[in-house]
Design a protein around this ligand. Structure first.
Ligand SMILES: C[S@@+](CC[C@H](N)C(=O)[O-])C[C@H]1O[C@@H](n2cnc3c(N)ncnc32)[C@H](O)[C@@H]1O
Length: 209
């Protein structure tokens, strides 16, 4: 069996892919990734075979399984593979020994850098397809939280939730959407005024109590 190389491609702009990841992507005989990633990065190797990662994860797993006897497979994932990516599903399906991970810049890491905020005290919580326990969201002076989000749990609904859990209205609140792209959106405000910023769905939110 050949290896699966999982490459983190960062927040999206090709300028933020590590050279080590780019090398692996460019020489991949079999390359899987989201549609946008394939449009940006496929074609580096003559005869390269590609497969899109969409909502049907079992189909991606079966495609990879079918290739491993004859070829290494490179899987591109957004951000860093260690933070909510296809890596979890791959580890459930294949032996760890055949999986190699190349890191990428996570969207949360990128957001903190855009806001010039150190993140060594930060806690990261996902609202992407899940609702965290209220206990994890409790207010405490000094807490610094970074969230990833989705369509339902977004830059307007999450501040409302935090306010309802007793977070002060003047708590620092920041939104980063389409991070690293030309139309990147960054807003810094307070929880109370979050609804005055443009609604963002798949984004990174930061709160600092
Ligand atoms: C399945 S998670 C993947 C996280 C990824 N592994 C990482 O390290 O950033 C997808 C979520 O990450 C966030 N995200 C990923 N790329 C982003 C970007 N360029 N701008 C803003 N948020 C992004 C959004 O909240 C999105 O819904």
């Amino acid at each position: 069996m050949h290896r699966i190389v999982v490459v983190g491609i960062g927040p999206g702009n090709p300028d933020f892919v590590l050279p080590a990841g780019r090398k692996v992507i460019d020489s991949a005989k079999v390359l899987v990734g989201g549609k946008r990633a394939l449009a940006d990065f496929a074609g580096g190797c003559p005869g390269q075979e590609t497969f899109p990662i969409g909502a049907d994860i079992p189909a991606v797993i079966e495609f990879i399984r079918g290739k491993l006897d004859s070829s290494e497979v490179v899987a591109m994932v957004s951000g860093d593979p260690g933070y909510f990516s296809l890596l979890d599903a791959l580890l459930r399906e294949f032996p760890k020994e055949i999986i190699k991970v190349i890191p990428g810049i996570s969207s949360v890491q990128y957001a903190f850098s855009r806001l010039a905020l150190p993140w060594h005290e930060a806690e990261f919580i996902s609202f992407h397809g899940r609702t965290p326990d209220e206990e994890r969201l409790r207010y405490k002076k000094g807490r610094l939280l970074g969230f990833i989000t989705d369509t339902k749990q977004n830059s307007h609904s999450i501040p409302e939730l935090l306010l309802s859990l007793g977070w002060p209205k003047n708590t620092y609140f920041a939104v980063g959407a389409r991070l690293s792209y030309d139309d990147e959106y960054i807003a810094e405000t307070t929880l109370a005024d979050a609804s005055e910023t443009v609604l963002q769905t798949h984004c990174v939110l930061v709160v600092k109590a």
